[in-house]
Design a protein around this ligand. Sequence first.
Ligand code: URA
Length: 425
Amino acid sequence: MTLDMVDIIRTKRDGGELDGTAIDWALDAYTRGQVGEEQMAALAMAIFLRGMNRREIADWTGAMIRSGRTMDWSELGKPTTDKHSTGGVGDKITLPLGPLVASFGVAVPQLSGRGLGHTGGTLDKLESIPGWYAELSPARMREILRDTGAVVAAAGEDLAPADRKLYALRDVTGTVDSIPLIASSIMSKKIAEGTQALVLDVKVGTGAFMTDLDSARELARTMVDLGTDAGVRTRALLTDMSTPLGRTIGNALEVRESVEVLAGGGPADVIELTCVLAREMLALAGMHDVDVEEALADGRAMDTWRDMIRAQDGDPDAPLPTAVHTEDVTAVRDGHLRGLDALALGVGSWRLGAGRARKEDPVQAAAGVEIHVLPGERVVRGQKLLTLHTDTPERFGRARAVIETGVTIGDEPPAPRTLIHDRIG
Ligand code: URA
């Protein structure tokens, strides 16, 4: 059947509802190149401005899933569970979390992407480990899931190709931050990935897509409904992204910190979030009352990490790359460190070379920011607060300019941080 894209755009532009047939047709024709970028850009903007109801979002998500292949892990004989974060600064939680959950005999099939903008991508982080590679066939993923339990691989071109094309278009047409479009984009990939259960870590704060709790709650509710309607046991946590997670931002720096957590150490917020998310993932896989802290302390999660890295040709014992140049940021006065703004530090780390502006840009494995003092601690003038790392020292100026706007020192300590705001589903 041939429908008319102009009619579909007009319907949404005027606040109407799109039926399933129109949505299927538009996304299929767009994926096959029969609807042009300019028409899809107009439809994306109409959706951005007018929104979509629950049925339309489910139909949109279903059409994106059907645009490509879907994966199925049912013959593994183990429960499968995954986590997805909407993206944050210093968010390395996937690295310790996958092996931790897998050490309980649950399979964690993670398909992931490379970072764009100020939040880093999991693949970029893991690629800082010498030898490690992300491009795996489904057959190899299955072997690793069977033998090790945890795998992180690049999502293939054929997983929700409609989303791949549309996300690139949204990126250049100011239509990324729309709840129906974000929810359908994330959930189409996660449902196509074939996991039975999914925990969503929806970030809230300056370093996240959603800067206020109400919008984060709406995004979380929309994604939980989409997952549940598609038969995936789905739950969401709303977690803080006003301050970076942990004490490192940047690819190799974040791997180093993740290994500290797997060795039973590491920063309190990274440990807490890893353990909370692990308990949620295991509960959705039918395992309640498990001692995840013990699996970090006794080395079980570390053993699974080492197996997981080796399975993808990485050397878990090889030294991680270190930056050629470093510079410190110091306290300008005595007082309490009141804030380290996630967006400022994320953009700064990106300017140091840890992130990319276009998807074909390279990233520096060793670039990033190391945090020596956390909000709430007392500081004295001249004390070292941060260390900036890069291989290209001409980047220091622009990175420092934005990072310094994110460092606040005052007379009083800040209110204590709430790491986990809410739980949905
Ligand atoms: N991540 C995605 O995969 N899609 C979005 O739309 C936003 C974040």
